[in-house]
Design a protein around this ligand. Structure first.
Ligand code: ADP
Ligand code: DP6
Ligand code: CO
Length: 332
């Protein structure tokens, strides 16, 4: 390991209004804006060390050299172009959470990689520029650059002109102490990666345009509900937006179905909690695991109820977590 190695830590984020679909694949520009909460659990730790003497990049993710390496190399090429430095790198990354299971490993992974690589190659980027860079690795990663609640602005133009306008930034929230309770049903990796699933949805689902249109309205209403600290409205919008996203996939050809029997059992339990007077609302990414939004004070009760569902393997309570950071004593 060379002295110039830099380590960054980033956390996954779970969107309350989802990003699903790109208007420009090459530049990673989304069709719609989205808004998420960064978690305080399941960090990704990534070390990048430029290796001037090496012939090629060496990439190790979760102890493995093949899975995901090509995507990391393409991202490093981008960083090398921006930094005007040609040398290969040694990259080592570990996800504390499950990879490719619908719990935002690509978000934490590429936020950490963007921060570590930018620093290791001498790029000086502010938060906004770093979020734009992370976006090129995985769209959702632009939001993990920041902590707490974060909005990704879609922007309008396409191609290089659209790049500047598509970034993430923290959003103000009112007096509310939210928690996201993760009901883990399956930590295995999904059959269809998010990237391919959203591509197919855009190309074949007759429901996609309707969801994208209503998503803009959801985003607008979510922002104001968050500002007012109205957790019930925040949750209602989030559940509506996520189920609508899954509906677009179910109507794709061939259909993409991330929801499992276990996911539905958790949705039932969330409905029972609400019937019992607890403010709890579900959201689900591209995977079978369910994330439940509730007030921090209700989180123990919500976690206990989710743990009672047969198919739930484990339950994790997350609060708002920090943005990406370079590990102390390293970087420039
Ligand atoms: P998820 O729901 O976990 O975000 P995705 O399909 O969006 O699933 O992304 C999974 C892919 O993200 C992996 O196959 C890999 O290419 C990439 N990825 C995950 N973790 C990392 C990491 N720590 N470093 C680099 N790339 C990663
Ligand atoms: C369902 O960011 O993983 O989690 O940009 O192709 O890497 P790529 O996709 P990714 O998609 C995330 C989809 C989602 C919703 C969200 O995080 O907003
Ligand atoms: Co992802």
């Amino acid at each position: 390991m060379t002295a110039a190695g830099v380590t960054a830590v980033a956390y996954p984020n779970i969107a309350l209004v989802k990003y699903w679909g790109k208007r420009d694949e090459q530049w990673g520009l989304p069709v719609t804006g989205s808004l998420s909460m960064t978690l305080d659990c399941f960090p990704t730790t990534t070390r990048v060390a430029p290796a001037p003497g090496a012939r090629a990049d060496r990439v190790i993710i979760n102890g493995q050299t093949a899975e995901g390496a090509a995507r990391v190399r393409r991202f490093l090429d981008l960083v090398r172009t921006l930094a005007d430095r040609p040398e290969p790198a040694m990259v080592e990354s570990v996800n504390a959470g499950p990879t490719a299971a619908g719990l935002a490993s690509s978000a934490a992974g590429f936020a950490a990689l963007a921060a570590a690589a930018a620093s290791a190659y001498g790029l000086r980027l502010d938060g906004r520029a770093l979020s734009r860079l992370a976006r090129r690795g995985s769209g959702s990663a632009c939001r993990s650059v920041f902590g707490g609640f974060v909005q990704w602005h879609a922007g309008t133009a396409d191609g290089p002109a659209g790049d500047a306008g598509s970034y993430a930034e923290p959003v103000p929230v009112g007096a509310v102490e939210p928690a996201l309770v993760v009901a883990m049903t399956d930590t295995g990796s999904k059959a269809v990666p998010s990237r391919e699933a959203m591509r197919r949805t855009l190309a074949t689902s007759p429901l996609y345009r309707a969801w994208a249109e209503s998503s803009q309205d959801d985003l607008c209403r979510l922002r104001s509900a968050l500002r007012q600290g109205d957790l019930g409205t925040v949750g209602e919008i989030a559940e509506h937006n996520a189920l609508g996203m899954h509906a677009t996939m179910l109507a794709a050809r061939p259909a993409i179905r991330y929801l499992s029997g276990a996911s539905l059992a958790v949705l039932d339990q969330v409905a029972s909690l609400r019937a019992g007077g607890v403010l709890a609302y579900a959201t689900i990414d591209a995977g079978p695991n369910v994330v439940v939004l509730c007030a921090r004070d209700d989180a123990p009760r919500v976690a206990a109820a989710l743990g009672e569902v047969d198919q739930v393997r484990s339950v994790h309570v997350a609060g708002p977590g920090p943005g990406v950071a370079i590990r102390q004593g390293e970087g420039r």
